[in-house]
Design a protein around this ligand. Sequence first.
Ligand code: SF4
Length: 60
Amino acid sequence: MSSKGKSGPSWLDKAKTRIKKTLGMNVFLCDTCKWDWRGACHHWERPNATWCPDYEKRGK
Ligand code: SF4
């Protein structure tokens, strides 16, 4: 199984999120995700997901 699996954030993902929080950066992926609207996203984490297997940057 690869470390980029969809079962959850890796320790590296968690570390990145923690560092961003520490620096006062935006840690919520949904703000820039193209699926951030009702009907497209069914994750309960929306709109405050800090890690998501389906995240895709908006505007690509
Ligand atoms: S797909 Fe993930 S990142 Fe995108 S809006 Fe849904 S929960 Fe947020």
